[in-house]
Design a protein around this ligand. Structure first.
Ligand code: OAD
Length: 233
């Protein structure tokens, strides 16, 4: 079986009704990124940051995977599929993808504010009330915080992601502006025989020497076109 790796970003979930970050009207236009997505922002005003992610979780319970997520999962029958996602939502899981690397954490999980990468402190929040309150404690006694990789923090899942991308026969990049590192740098770890596809309705800056096939469509329509292309190859 060929190794098929997806690298997905906010555009993957846009058709499910979750805002992207950098498009016009995106989340970072409404909320200052340094206030809600940096470790300094959390240290300055933890309650504001908890409220922001509590709201994101409430929104997540009202949205569903889109056709794009479903088509990604459907390819598991023919390929060894790994999904490397920058998204903190759980829509790939809910669409049936089994092998998922979350580079930037998971919205439905909480962790220690003393040592966010201590796996023994990571807990899944209850679906019916996925709220973190100030005063809620992690196993190590520190304040529970969202299990999100903020700007200024290390990205421990980048190593397993690099390992998967280096083995990929096919890499499909969907809905990411490739602005945020180290995720954006993953394309440079492909081997020379890897075919690279990009699904995004807009131009995205990438290294032209990589020979990327750009399908200039949204995630669902783009995934339909990709499935047709893969059937013929
Ligand atoms: P961005 O908001 O930077 O980029 C979203 C991309 O999705 C853009 O290239 C859009 O053109 C594209 N897009 C929009 N609608 C689409 C659709 N229907 N189908 C396919 N693509 C579409 O989001 P990311 O690149 O994911 O990190 O952002 C990377 C990281 O920056 C996020 O994980 C987040 C953010 O700060 C953290 O919060 C740590």
């Amino acid at each position: 079986m060929k190794n098929l790796v997806f690298l997905t970003g906010a555009g993957m979930s846009a058709e499910s009704g979750i805002s992207t970050f950098r498009d016009s009207g995106g989340l970072w236009e409404q909320y200052p990124v340094e206030a809600v997505a940096s470790i300094q922002g959390y240290e300055r005003n933890p309650q504001l940051v908890q409220n922001f992610y509590n709201q994101r979780r409430a929104q997540l319970s009202s949205v569903h995977p889109n056709e794009g997520h479903r088509l990604v999962a459907s390819l598991q029958d023919q390929y060894h599929v790994t999904v490397v996602t920058q998204n903190v939502d759980d829509l790939h899981e809910r669409a049936g993808s089994r092998n998922i690397i979350h580079l930037h954490g998971e919205l439905m999980k909480a962790t220690s504010s003393r040592n966010p990468n201590d796996t023994s402190c990571i807990v899944t929040l209850p679906k019916e009330n996925p709220i973190i309150k100030m005063g809620d404690k992690a196993k190590d006694g520190s304040q529970l915080r969202p299990f999100i990789v903020w700007f200024g923090e290390s990205v421990p899942m980048i190593e397993p992601a690099i390992a998967e991308v280096s083995k990929a026969d096919i890499l499909v990049v969907i809905g990411t502006s490739l602005n945020v590192y180290p995720a954006a740098g993953l394309l440079n770890f492909t081997n020379p025989h890897c075919q690279i596809y990009l699904i995004d309705p807009k131009q995205v800056p990438y290294n032209p020497t990589l020979g990327i096939h750009h399908i200039m469509k949204g995630a669902s329509e783009g995934m339909k076109e990709l499935c047709d292309i893969l059937k013929k190859t």
